[in-house]
Design a protein around this ligand. Sequence first.
Ligand SMILES: [Zn+2]
Length: 233
Amino acid sequence: MLHCDDDELSIIALGEPASASDEAHLQSCPRCQSRLDQLSAVVTSARGITEADRPTDPPPAVWEAITSELGMDSLSNVTSLAAAPSRRRRAAPWLLAGAAAVAGVLVGVVVTAGVTSGTGSADLLASASLGPIDDSGFSGSAEVEQTTAGPILHVDVPGLPDVDDGYYEVWMATPDATTMVAIGTMNPGSEATFPLPAGMAVDAFPVVDVSVEHFDGDAGHSAISVVRGQLQT
Ligand SMILES: [Zn+2]
Protein backbone atom coordinates (compact mmCIF):
# COMPACT_ATOMS: atom_id res chain seq x y z
CA MET A 1 0.00 0.00 0.00
CA LEU A 2 1.33 3.42 -0.90
CA HIS A 3 0.97 5.65 2.16
CA CYS A 4 0.44 9.39 2.21
CA ASP A 5 3.52 11.57 1.92
CA ASP A 6 4.55 13.19 5.25
CA ASP A 7 4.73 16.60 3.57
CA GLU A 8 1.17 16.19 2.37
CA LEU A 9 0.03 15.10 5.83
CA SER A 10 1.74 18.15 7.33
CA ILE A 11 -0.12 20.47 4.97
CA ILE A 12 -3.38 18.76 5.81
CA ALA A 13 -2.60 19.11 9.52
CA LEU A 14 -2.05 22.83 8.93
CA GLY A 15 -5.61 23.05 7.61
CA GLU A 16 -5.29 22.69 3.86
CA PRO A 17 -7.83 20.40 2.23
CA ALA A 18 -6.61 16.90 1.43
CA SER A 19 -6.47 15.74 -2.13
CA ALA A 20 -9.12 13.23 -3.17
CA SER A 21 -6.66 10.36 -3.21
CA ASP A 22 -5.22 11.27 0.22
CA GLU A 23 -8.73 11.66 1.56
CA ALA A 24 -9.68 8.21 0.33
CA HIS A 25 -6.48 6.68 1.65
CA LEU A 26 -6.87 8.27 5.07
CA GLN A 27 -10.35 6.74 5.35
CA SER A 28 -8.91 3.27 5.07
CA CYS A 29 -5.40 3.52 6.59
CA PRO A 30 -5.04 3.61 10.39
CA ARG A 31 -1.29 4.26 10.06
CA CYS A 32 -1.69 7.47 8.05
CA GLN A 33 -4.67 8.59 10.12
CA SER A 34 -2.55 8.18 13.26
CA ARG A 35 0.29 10.12 11.65
CA LEU A 36 -2.11 12.92 10.75
CA ASP A 37 -3.42 12.98 14.32
CA GLN A 38 0.13 13.38 15.64
CA LEU A 39 0.91 16.20 13.23
CA SER A 40 -2.38 17.93 14.06
CA ALA A 41 -1.51 17.77 17.76
CA VAL A 42 1.86 19.43 17.04
CA VAL A 43 0.12 22.18 15.08
CA THR A 44 -2.36 22.74 17.88
CA SER A 45 0.40 22.98 20.48
CA ALA A 46 2.47 25.34 18.31
CA ARG A 47 -0.52 27.65 17.77
CA GLY A 48 -1.19 27.68 21.50
CA ILE A 49 2.20 29.22 22.34
CA THR A 50 1.90 32.65 23.93
CA GLU A 51 4.40 35.38 24.73
CA ALA A 52 4.58 33.99 28.27
CA ASP A 53 5.95 30.68 26.96
CA ARG A 54 8.97 32.33 25.39
CA PRO A 55 12.37 32.55 27.06
CA THR A 56 12.78 35.80 28.93
CA ASP A 57 15.74 37.80 30.13
CA PRO A 58 17.12 37.07 33.56
CA PRO A 59 16.54 39.87 36.07
CA PRO A 60 19.05 42.78 35.88
CA ALA A 61 20.64 41.69 39.16
CA VAL A 62 21.66 38.40 37.54
CA TRP A 63 23.42 40.22 34.70
CA GLU A 64 25.15 42.51 37.18
CA ALA A 65 26.35 39.49 39.15
CA ILE A 66 27.59 37.87 35.95
CA THR A 67 29.52 40.93 34.79
CA SER A 68 31.04 41.50 38.20
CA GLU A 69 31.99 37.84 38.63
CA LEU A 70 33.65 37.85 35.22
CA GLY A 71 35.37 41.15 35.92
CA MET A 72 33.84 42.71 32.83
CA ASP A 73 32.52 46.22 32.40
CA SER A 74 29.59 45.01 30.40
CA LEU A 75 28.28 42.16 28.37
CA SER A 76 27.28 44.42 25.53
CA ASN A 77 27.27 41.74 22.86
CA VAL A 78 25.09 39.46 24.90
CA THR A 79 22.75 42.02 26.36
CA SER A 80 22.08 43.48 22.94
CA LEU A 81 20.80 40.05 21.95
CA ALA A 82 18.80 39.29 25.04
CA ALA A 83 17.71 42.63 26.36
CA ALA A 84 16.87 44.92 23.46
CA PRO A 85 13.14 45.35 24.08
CA SER A 86 12.31 46.89 20.73
CA ARG A 87 13.67 43.87 18.92
CA ARG A 88 12.48 41.22 21.27
CA ARG A 89 8.85 41.22 20.18
CA ARG A 90 9.82 40.68 16.60
CA ALA A 91 12.69 38.35 17.27
CA ALA A 92 12.42 34.91 15.75
CA PRO A 93 11.95 32.11 18.28
CA TRP A 94 15.35 30.64 17.40
CA LEU A 95 16.98 33.96 18.26
CA LEU A 96 15.29 34.04 21.64
CA ALA A 97 16.25 30.44 22.22
CA GLY A 98 19.81 31.34 21.25
CA ALA A 99 19.86 34.23 23.71
CA ALA A 100 18.54 31.97 26.43
CA ALA A 101 21.23 29.42 25.58
CA VAL A 102 23.90 32.12 25.82
CA ALA A 103 22.53 33.15 29.19
CA GLY A 104 22.61 29.53 30.29
CA VAL A 105 26.21 29.18 29.21
CA LEU A 106 27.18 32.35 31.04
CA VAL A 107 25.48 31.21 34.22
CA GLY A 108 27.44 27.98 33.86
CA VAL A 109 30.67 29.94 33.42
CA VAL A 110 29.95 31.98 36.52
CA VAL A 111 29.16 28.92 38.58
CA THR A 112 32.35 27.25 37.36
CA ALA A 113 34.40 30.38 38.02
CA GLY A 114 32.99 30.55 41.53
CA VAL A 115 33.99 26.96 42.19
CA THR A 116 37.49 27.27 40.79
CA SER A 117 38.57 30.76 41.78
CA GLY A 118 35.91 32.68 43.68
CA THR A 119 36.27 30.38 46.65
CA GLY A 120 40.02 29.99 46.21
CA SER A 121 40.78 30.37 49.90
CA ALA A 122 38.78 27.22 50.60
CA ASP A 123 41.34 25.27 48.55
CA LEU A 124 44.31 26.62 50.46
CA LEU A 125 45.68 23.80 52.60
CA ALA A 126 48.58 25.64 54.21
CA SER A 127 50.77 28.69 53.86
CA ALA A 128 54.15 29.82 55.13
CA SER A 129 56.26 32.92 55.36
CA LEU A 130 59.77 32.12 54.21
CA GLY A 131 62.38 34.01 56.20
CA PRO A 132 66.01 34.67 55.37
CA ILE A 133 68.65 32.08 56.28
CA ASP A 134 72.16 33.21 57.27
CA ASP A 135 71.41 36.82 56.47
CA SER A 136 70.61 36.00 52.86
CA GLY A 137 68.47 39.10 52.83
CA PHE A 138 65.65 37.38 50.99
CA SER A 139 62.22 36.38 52.10
CA GLY A 140 59.20 34.96 50.42
CA SER A 141 56.09 32.90 50.78
CA ALA A 142 54.81 29.40 50.12
CA GLU A 143 51.32 28.02 49.76
CA VAL A 144 49.95 24.53 49.36
CA GLU A 145 46.73 24.46 47.42
CA GLN A 146 44.41 21.54 46.85
CA THR A 147 43.41 21.00 43.23
CA THR A 148 41.47 18.30 41.47
CA ALA A 149 44.83 16.97 40.27
CA GLY A 150 46.24 16.84 43.80
CA PRO A 151 48.09 19.29 46.04
CA ILE A 152 50.38 21.86 44.47
CA LEU A 153 53.03 24.03 46.08
CA HIS A 154 53.53 27.68 45.13
CA VAL A 155 56.80 29.31 46.14
CA ASP A 156 57.59 32.96 45.62
CA VAL A 157 60.88 34.56 46.62
CA PRO A 158 61.03 38.01 45.04
CA GLY A 159 64.37 39.49 44.06
CA LEU A 160 66.48 36.34 43.98
CA PRO A 161 69.59 36.87 41.87
CA ASP A 162 70.87 34.41 39.28
CA VAL A 163 73.15 31.76 40.77
CA ASP A 164 76.65 31.56 39.36
CA ASP A 165 77.05 28.02 38.00
CA GLY A 166 74.01 26.86 39.87
CA TYR A 167 70.32 27.10 40.55
CA TYR A 168 67.71 27.19 43.28
CA GLU A 169 66.05 24.05 44.57
CA VAL A 170 62.82 23.88 46.57
CA TRP A 171 62.63 21.30 49.32
CA MET A 172 60.02 20.12 51.80
CA ALA A 173 61.31 18.74 55.07
CA THR A 174 60.23 17.17 58.32
CA PRO A 175 60.04 19.65 61.22
CA ASP A 176 63.51 18.58 62.44
CA ALA A 177 64.85 18.86 58.85
CA THR A 178 66.33 15.38 59.03
CA THR A 179 64.38 14.18 56.02
CA MET A 180 64.11 16.40 52.97
CA VAL A 181 62.26 15.87 49.73
CA ALA A 182 63.49 17.69 46.64
CA ILE A 183 60.42 19.27 45.07
CA GLY A 184 61.94 20.98 42.07
CA THR A 185 64.12 23.72 40.70
CA MET A 186 63.11 27.33 40.88
CA ASN A 187 64.23 30.07 38.54
CA PRO A 188 64.78 33.58 39.84
CA GLY A 189 62.27 36.21 38.90
CA SER A 190 59.08 34.22 38.90
CA GLU A 191 56.83 32.32 41.24
CA ALA A 192 57.34 28.57 41.01
CA THR A 193 54.53 26.03 41.10
CA PHE A 194 55.09 22.34 41.74
CA PRO A 195 52.70 19.40 41.82
CA LEU A 196 53.53 17.53 45.02
CA PRO A 197 54.45 13.85 44.78
CA ALA A 198 51.37 11.65 44.83
CA GLY A 199 51.09 9.86 48.14
CA MET A 200 53.36 12.28 49.98
CA ALA A 201 51.94 13.18 53.38
CA VAL A 202 52.16 16.96 53.13
CA ASP A 203 51.59 17.29 56.88
CA ALA A 204 54.76 15.31 57.59
CA PHE A 205 56.91 17.75 55.57
CA PRO A 206 55.81 21.19 56.72
CA VAL A 207 59.15 22.92 56.27
CA VAL A 208 59.66 24.66 52.93
CA ASP A 209 63.27 25.45 52.11
CA VAL A 210 64.95 27.02 49.10
CA SER A 211 68.59 26.16 48.64
CA VAL A 212 71.38 27.10 46.28
CA GLU A 213 72.59 24.07 44.35
CA HIS A 214 75.43 23.66 41.93
CA PHE A 215 75.81 21.52 38.84
CA ASP A 216 77.96 19.08 40.74
CA GLY A 217 76.01 15.85 40.40
CA ASP A 218 75.22 15.82 44.10
CA ALA A 219 71.48 15.28 44.49
CA GLY A 220 71.53 16.08 48.21
CA HIS A 221 70.88 19.42 49.85
CA SER A 222 73.87 21.74 49.57
CA ALA A 223 73.31 23.06 53.09
CA ILE A 224 73.22 26.55 51.60
CA SER A 225 69.70 27.80 52.09
CA VAL A 226 68.40 31.25 51.26
CA VAL A 227 64.93 31.10 52.78
CA ARG A 228 62.95 28.71 54.94
CA GLY A 229 59.60 28.62 56.68
CA GLN A 230 57.05 26.26 58.18
CA LEU A 231 53.65 25.73 56.64
CA GLN A 232 50.70 26.54 58.84
CA THR A 233 47.30 25.13 58.10
ZN1 LIG B 1 -1.39 4.90 4.80
